[in-house]
Design a protein around this ligand. Structure first.
Ligand code: TNX
Length: 755
């Protein structure tokens, strides 16, 4: 009900003032508490910017505030902004008291003061300017973060980013109150940090001869023929760390081990298990060349960390630990002898031994270890902090074990995924993660008992860069979702509400555009809800955010400002293409979307039983597999595809009120080994006289087809029956040499057409 009301109020407000904020609220992340008061503070050229002795405000902020005044009224009100430190209250918290004559920013500590100023700056950026002054509505903001760890990770390994790009990212992070920059400095495709003891890391590992163009899965592969690389000198690193520190951001370096290490092994083959000469990889994916657990490797890594540690004041060092294929360890006499020597039962235990040794080393240097959730496999190092990326499972397990956790699940925090299914998006690694989904993230999952909550330090958004090689693309992929995550990590859960956030977000996106920083904006997209009715399919259209109106066509043409305005759900009874788009004041916004409805016998069937899909990939609901709409040809998390929980067979039983004469069944299966999704080996149709006892009617074997992302499986089957069942067996484990080897494969199904 509350949501409904907000929606109505919002649509009224936004239809009058389409792009303005709600009651003056402009700040992202939304503060914990705002108490409005009458009147305005007018910021102008005559506003006095003061500070009492006890405070320390970074000089660049003082400069910013002064600069902001230069274009403003030189004869404005005599008012002032003052800053103080209170030395009480939660760290990073602040109070911003805005009255007609004075703005008083009080920081609970220097960090709090910094964030108070960030909020003030947002007012100066987003409040309207009139008569040469910026009017800020009077109010008292009392604010503090929900989590102490608010991170963004940048992958410098896949592409080297110049220092200036990183500074922009750090500026954005500071504006939106992130306090940790996780810097992924080593990868298969490039080593990015100067280590004096090992010069070949800079001369060889930091460079690759060329890079694959387009998506890694595309065959045949095409390469750009251009040498790519670079590394940060120690001076660069000191510069970044200092720049970050001035913005209340701690930099955590990541030196990956034992996997994702091909670039280093290419320079020093003795670090690998095979001794083979390698080149720095020019394509993506998980590589088999990993560090061998030899003493030479440990010496190398300890030497590297010994040079790294003095550069980074952070209490943590990230050692990676993810995606380490064990094939070479299985085949290596040395690795096997270490296992024997240490009494380790398998290669997972060997990885655990590896990480524990590194943790012990880091401890001698006064540093704590963080690793990706694979470090749970084979046993966690005693004081390790776990960064949960394969969903939240690893985080939950680690918190139960009493370890600290940073939640960074790919399902909510991967900014390299697509942001929409709409066509026209720049190339991304795959998947789909909308800004709304990021916003819905809660780093403390319901299933975690209260006493373990203290172990969830916070969350982190990850910018993996296989497909992000330029600054404009980084902005497009990361910034919009980063703002959503900022609110997840800062704002109290009870205050989080997507629509009001979206209104503020749109304003911020528009503001940055004026500074030539282009964010992605999918806020004008339309979400269809499909409901099967007795005589067809009902299509309800909801705008992502209720701005302007939705227009549509049913004749396959693109919607125009004169096309029909959508008011009520559409009932489709025959093959139809619905095309629809948002319009604000007759201007088309966002992208058009298209719904292709193709009816079949399944639409009128009753579902007798059906395997419950996985919680994460529910598809389009109970009838989603027989709703006349096929899933996307390129993305499995488009809301149509259903993921079957790994390890379970799939079955769906349908019945009709009378016998049907059926010629066959066709269904789609997704095929994306990079994402651990495989085709089923076979599919079988059963029929029944009574809906209880089913017997086999037809079956088909499916052979793997590596080149298509989706496969339409056709099972011709002439039957006359009132009841049918379609079944596929449980999927097996992922073979070695494939991403996710050893895990159970996923099956993704969509439209099961009964014809
Ligand atoms: C998995 S997340 C990886 C990265 C890739 C990323 C792409 C993690 C610890 N490993 O190496 O870049 O997926 O989304």
């Amino acid at each position: 009900m509350k949501k409904k009301l907000t929606q109505i109020i919002l649509s009224v407000i936004v239809s009058i003032m389409p792009f303005y904020s709600l009651s003056g609220q402009v700040i992202i992340p939304l503060p914990s508490q705002i108490v409005s008061a009458p009147g305005f503070f007018y910021f102008s050229g005559t506003t006095k910017i003061g500070s009492d002795e006890s405070t320390r405000i970074p000089s660049y902020l003082q400069t910013y505030l002064k600069q902001r005044q230069t274009a403003l009224n030189a004869n404005g009100n005599a008012n002032e902004i003052i800053f103080t430190l209170s030395n009480q209250g939660l760290s990073e918290g602040y109070e911003l008291k805005i009255s007609p004559n004075k703005i008083h920013v009080t920081g609970n500590d220097e960090k709090g003061l910094f964030y108070g100023i960030q909020s003030l700056i947002q007012f100066l950026q987003h409040q309207p300017l009139s008569n040469g002054s910026i009017s800020i509505p009077c109010q008292t903001i009392t604010d503090q973060p929900r989590f102490g760890y608010r991170g963004i990770m940048l992958d410098a390994g896949r592409y080297f980013q110049p220092v200036s790009y990183i500074k922009e990212l750090l500026d954005m992070m500071a504006t939106y109150k992130f306090n940790t920059f996780h810097w992924h400095l080593t990868e298969d495709q490039g080593w990015r940090v100067e280590i004096e003891k090992y010069p070949k890391l800079m001369s060889k590992s930091a460079w690759r001869s060329e890079t694959v163009i387009g998506h890694h899965n595309q065959k045949p592969r095409v390469y750009d023929g251009e040498k790519h690389g670079g590394y940060y000198t120690k001076a660069d690193i000191r510069e970044i760390v200092a720049y970050a520190s001035e913005r209340n951001i701690t930099v955590i370096p990541e030196i990956e081990m034992p996997g994702h290490a091909t670039a280093a092994i290419a320079a020093y083959p003795e670090l690998g298990c095979t001794g083979k000469t390698l080149e720095v990889p020019t394509d993506w994916g998980v590589k088999e060349d990993v560090y061998c657990p030899s003493e030479a490797t440990f010496t190398f890594l300890e030497d590297v960390l010994t040079e790294i540690i003095p550069l980074f004041p952070s209490p943590y060092i990230h050692i990676g630990g993810d995606e380490c294929p064990k094939k070479q360890w299985k085949e290596s006499a040395l690795a096997q002898s270490v296992m024997k020597r240490e009494g380790l039962k398998d290669e997972d235990a060997l990885q655990s031994y590896f990480i524990k040794r590194m943790e012990a080393f880091l401890k001698t240097k006064g540093k704590k270890l963080i690793g990706w959730d694979e470090i749970l496999e084979g046993g966690l190092a005693p004081d390790a902090t776990v960064m949960s990326w394969r969903g939240i499972k690893g985080g939950i397990e680690a918190a139960h074990l009493g370890h600290d956790v940073i939640m960074s699940p790919n399902t909510f925090c991967y900014f390299d995924y697509y942001q929409t299914d709409a066509p026209g998006e720049p190339l991304a690694i795959g998947g789909k993660l909308t800004v709304e989904k990021v916003y819905s993230f809660d780093p403390i999952p319901d299933e975690l008992p209260a006493e373990t909550h203290k172990h969830i330090l916070g969350g982190q958004g990850n910018i993996w860069t296989e497909y992000i090689s330029t600054l404009p693309k980084l902005r497009y992929m990361a910034y919009t979702r980063m703002l959503a995550l900022s609110e997840v990590l800062w704002t109290p859960v009870a205050k989080k509400e997507f629509l009001p956030f979206a209104v503020r977000l749109n304003k911020h996106i528009d503001y940055w555009k004026t500074k030539n920083i282009e964010f992605a904006n999918h806020l004008f997209e339309i979400k269809p809800t499909l409901t099967t009715k007795e005589i067809g399919l009902e299509v309800a259209l909801t705008p992502f955010v209720p701005w302007g109106e939705i227009r549509y066509t049913l004749d396959g043409t693109e919607p125009k400002s004169t096309s029909a305005v959508y008011t009520n759900p559409l009932l489709l009874t025959k093959k139809t293409v619905v095309k629809t788009q948002s319009f604000v004041q007759n201007q088309a916004k966002g992208h058009p979307i298209s719904i292709d409805f193709l009816p079949h016998k399944g639409l009128q069937a009753k579902i007798l039983s059906k395997t419950t899909p996985s919680k994460t990939y529910k598809g389009a609901g109970e009838r989603g597999l027989i709703n006349g709409i096929s899933g996307s040809k390129t993305q499995f998390n488009d809301g149509e595809w259903q993921g079957v929980t790994p390890g379970e067979p799939f079955s769906m039983k349908l019945s009709w009120t009378e016998k049907q004469s059926i010629k066959g069944i066709q269904f789609h299966a997704f095929n994306d080994p990079e994402s651990w999704i495989y085709l089923p080996s076979e599919a079988t149709i059963y029929t029944s006289q009574d809906g209880t006892t089913f017997s086999k009617a037809c079956e088909t074997k499916i052979t793997e087809n590596k080149d298509t992302k989706t496969l339409a499986v056709d099972i011709p089957c002439k039957i006359t029956s009132q009841f049918i069942e379609i079944k596929t067996p449980a999927m097996g484990t992922i073979p070695v040499n494939r991403p996710g080897a050893g895990n159970q494969a996923w099956l993704f199904l969509d439209e099961i057409r009964v014809y």
